[in-house]
Design a protein around this ligand. Structure first.
Ligand code: GLY
Length: 405
């Protein structure tokens, strides 16, 4: 086999994370290739696109919250730059979010969340049921109260990923529409990838950014194989006769809900679509649309927003989130010289796209991991015991030099 292509960096995966990595690295002067059988596809075609660090905050994930907030803060500038570079508007809407509760137990859960948000200094305002309906008049009369979070917004992931693909190609990234079979390792260093069919792409650095498939790429020593797994999410897309968001639409902002203990979100798009999600299923690589999944989403959505039955159900997409052992991404160099990871973003891939691009560009240009990413080094799992290593204890590997973990 002969080296067909040579570049500074080859990125395995052409979804949001792979493309933002490629685009940002190319902007910094590196020659970059991306390999993916369907670039611009993957989870971005399914995700609802909530940018919700405050309403999605979870106990025990304060480190991740910091990264999520840092990325949310970068969104306006990121979107402006991307729109200019690609000529595509990625549909960023500063619409805010309302999280509501339907029964007394649901309200207690939201009250706990609010107390936690307040301890963390996050901005969220408690509203009565009546106040919630004043904001969103079509919510069911049974809504018992909720949280108004004006800083949690949305973007359209389908438009975002196509903008990134365009921006990356315009920046000179070469996109190979092929599956990567394995990473090639020569003398203890990642030196490129081999595509299905045997074509080789040689590179000084390899980035694994293949979402939940990142752990399935061959050729790697077991120690650096990322511990990511597929976590299934079923979503509904509906469309109404009421026209785009604004006067006449069912909702003006993203609405999240606790409905008899279950969790639901409804994301209204500017084009009149309503995205309803999502199931969270540990069912391996299964991507079937199940009657139970669709039923539960529709049942809860109707209880929350009765007028939803007027809409047309247009799509029932299914995606696989890249889950990691601590629900946080793996960013930066691994113990294998030349190999970096940008994967495991789980529920936050869309939100973390801007910060991931910046972090990976810095890593790939030899600047090491920036402070905001140090808690997310792949090294926290490489020992095989899955322990999370935080803060200053984490190594900062520089591409080209061996990383000792
Ligand atoms: N971030 C929303 C989801 O993963 O369903």
């Amino acid at each position: 086999m002969r080296a067909e292509n040579v570049s500074d960096v080859v990125v395995v995966g052409g979804g949001l994370i792979g493309l933002v990595t490629a685009w940002r690295a190319a902007q910094r002067g590196l020659s970059v290739a991306v390999a993916d059988p369907e670039p611009g596809g993957g989870a971005a075609l399914v995700a609802a696109g909530m940018l919700a660090p405050v309403t999605e905050v979870r106990y025990g994930e304060q480190r991740l919250l910091e990264l999520n907030l840092a990325s949310a803060l970068r969104y306006p500038q990121f979107v402006a730059e991307l729109t200019q570079a690609s000529g595509t508007d990625p549909g960023y809407r500063r619409c805010g979010t309302l999280a509501v509760a339907l029964d007394a137990d649901d309200r207690a859960e939201l009250r706990d969340l609010h107390a936690f948000q307040q301890r963390l200094g996050l901005s969220a305002q408690w509203l009565t049921g009546r106040e919630c309906r004043r904001l969103e008049p079509l919510l069911a009369p049974g809504v018992r109260g909720g949280l108004r979070v004006d800083g949690d917004h949305q973007v359209d992931p389908r438009r975002l990923v196509s903008a990134l693909l365009c921006a990356a190609e315009r920046a000179g990234v070469r996109v190979h529409r092929a599956r990567v079979d394995r990473v090639t390792v020569t003398a203890g260093r990642a030196t490129g990838v081999e595509l299905a069919g045997g074509v080789r792409l040689s590179a000084g650095q390899v980035v694994l950014a293949a979402g939940c498939r990142s752990g399935t790429i061959g050729g790697l020593p077991p120690r650096v194989v990322p511990p990511v797994r597929p976590v299934k999410g079923q979503v509904l897309r509906l469309r109404g006769a009421r026209g785009p968001a604004g006067p006449g639409a069912l909702l003006g902002r993203t609405v999240r809900a606790v409905v008899r203990g279950g969790h639901l979100y409804l994301v209204p798009r500017e084009n009149g679509e309503l995205v309803v999600g999502a199931t969270t299923q540990e069912s391996g690589w299964d991507t079937s649309v199940t009657a139970g999944g669709v039923y539960e989403l529709l049942r809860d959505a109707r209880e929350l927003l009765p007028a939803i039955t007027e809409l047309t159900l247009t799509e029932t997409p299914v995606g696989l989130r890249p889950g990691s052992p601590d629900n946080a991404p793996l960013l930066g160099p691994t113990a294998l010289p030349g190999l970096s990871l940008a994967t495991g973003h789980y529920r936050n891939g869309v939100l973390l796209t801007p910060v991931t691009g910046d972090v990976m560009a810095q890593v790939l240009t030899g600047g090491g991991l920036p402070p905001e990413a140090r808690a997310f080094t792949p090294g926290r799992f490489e020992g095989g015991d899955g322990d999370v290593v935080h803060g200053d204890a984490v190594h900062q590997g520089v591409p080209g030099n061996p990383v000792v973990v």
